[in-house]
Write a protein that binds this ligand. Structure first.
Ligand code: COA
Length: 382
């Protein structure tokens, strides 16, 4: 396996991008990444997107994006794993370069959710249609069940979830690409409109448009190009039951645990080596469960880390320095790549006001549905 590095990153602002189309935002992010990498060609492309057919009536995304980016006839294919589509697209690019098949590969993610589609229905297609959606449950409802059991078992409360939203909005306020760049208070979260008790609007990631791209190559080529070498030292992916009720314990996100274990094993490190992480906080409760599955603390203890400020930007292990899905936005297919863009910015020391001190090793965790798929990557600056 060849050693792999990221040499280019680019993303659009996340938010309601009504004056731009799906292809416009993808090409904008891709051109930024290519420009940042300083390469004159790419060999192949992987485009993560969840359901552009339902959101904007467009399928055949791989070919469309290569056409509009001007990279045809290179191979270009869409990768789909619900909200983890971007992270899985990156994993394909990593495998493509590591295997020696291609040298310079673009991994991108894109979603256009605000153009009038029935968003709640489109998102719910990633849950189990026959056993979950049939009964009217949606993702806020599924995560609300997880939250209620977490509260019951470990003694956490809505206030702890609110602390996560406050932290992520604080970080997002420092991120010019974030959808929401305003700070909020605990009371804003506690008094927000309830979506599915205990999940309020302010516990939820928003509906967003956006795209993000990265350029992946070998460490050898990165060095020849004189680029800062952000190495991909670990990659792990896993799946779990699609329906929540089929799990032995609905607080266990096994796909997150197994994807993380595989990534740690490849990297030859343990959770204590991770300096900071971008994780899939589609709802505030998810951030807590994911931290535990990633091994950042014992089970049932993540809310205490949040309470002590250990996950804040200046804390022991900053979580979601970008603002996370909560504040940066969650254009589902783009999220996994945008997480990687943030980690590269941090490792290069280019994250401006939200720069983490001594950022050396960062982790990304991107999840599909209520945890039926998960992909973890670990990055290190040389
Ligand atoms: N966080 C903060 N503010 C939000 C928000 C969020 N998640 N969602 C909407 N808002 C704000 C809007 O900007 C708007 O503010 P304004 O009045 O100042 O313009 C206001 O709240 C109302 O927005 P609206 O679009 O009418 O909200 P909504 O009620 O249609 O949708 C949710 C709110 C939470 C239901 C929606 O964002 C949602 O479904 N989120 C979850 C998405 C999801 O499931 N993703 C996949 C995860 S697995």
């Amino acid at each position: 396996m060849r050693e792999v590095a990221i040499i280019g990153i680019g993303m659009t602002k996340f938010g309601e991008l009504w004056t731009k189309s799906l292809r416009d935002i993808f090409v904008e992010a891709a051109l930024k990444a290519i420009d940042d990498a300083g390469v004159d060609h790419i060999d192949s492309m992987y485009v993560g997107t969840m359901t552009p057919g339902l959101f904007v009536g467009q399928e055949h995304i791989g070919a469309l994006m290569a056409d509009y980016l001007g990279t045809a006839p290179i191979p270009s294919v869409r990768i789909e794993s619900a909200c983890a589509s971007g992270g899985f697209a990156f994993r394909q690019a990593f495998i493509d370069v590591a295997s020696g098949i291609n040298d310079i590969v673009l991994a991108g993610g894109v979603e256009k959710m605000t153009d009038g589609a029935d968003v709640t229905y489109a998102l719910s297609t990633a849950a189990d249609q026959e056993y979950e959606c049939y009964h009217g449950i949606t993702f806020p409802g599924l995560y609300a069940m997880i939250a209620n059991i977490y509260f019951h078992k470990y003694g956490a409360s809505r206030k702890h979830l609110a602390m996560i939203a406050v932290k992520n909005h604080k970080n997002g306020a420092l991120n010019p690409n974030a959808q929401f760049q305003g700070e909020i208070t605990i009371d804003d979260v506690l008094n927000a409109t309830m979506v599915a008790d205990p999940i309020s609007v302010m516990d939820s990631s928003p509906v967003s448009d956006g795209a993000a791209c990265v350029i992946v190559t070998t460490v050898e080529i990165a060095k020849k190009l004189g680029k800062p070498v952000v190495k991909v030292i670990g990659s792990g992916a896993a799946t779990d039951t699609i329906a929540l009720h089929q799990r032995k314990d609905i607080l266990n996100l096994d796909a997150v645990k197994f994807s993380a274990e595989r990534a740690y094993k490849m990297a030859g490190i343990t959770p204590t080596d991770i300096g900071f992480a971008e994780v899939h906080d589609c709802f505030t409760i998810a951030e807590l469960c994911i931290m535990e599955e990633l091994g950042f603390c014992e089970r049932g203890k993540a809310y205490q880390m949040v309470e002590k400020g250990e996950t804040a930007l200046e804390g022991r292990i900053p979580i979601n320095p970008s603002g996370g899905l909560k504040s940066k936005g969650h254009p589902v297919g783009a999220t996994g790549i945008a997480q990687i863009v943030e980690v590269v910015e941090q490792l290069r020391g280019n994250a401006g006001k939200r720069q983490i001190k001594n950022a050396r090793i960062g982790l990304t965790q991107n999840m599909g549905g209520s945890g039926a798929s998960s992909v973890v990557h670990i990055f290190k600056i040389e």
